[in-house]
Ligand binder design. Sequence first.
Ligand code: SF4
Length: 64
Amino acid sequence: MGAIGIAVLAKKNQLGKIYDLNIKNINYETKGFECDKCSNNCEILRIYRDKELLDSWGSKCGRY
Ligand code: SF4
């Protein structure tokens, strides 16, 4: 699993992008907020890489 699984998925999806593994120069940032769109008041967490939103999680409805 892990690295082999990623390699298999990349090959299947024909991903040609070369990734730079030098992560010390990449700025990762997390932010969180409480959604007030309904009574669940989910705590939404977001992760950004160099100001670009990578992913969000915590939503019970799939909104984020
Ligand atoms: S993320 Fe969805 S379920 Fe959670 S509070 Fe917002 S609208 Fe409600």
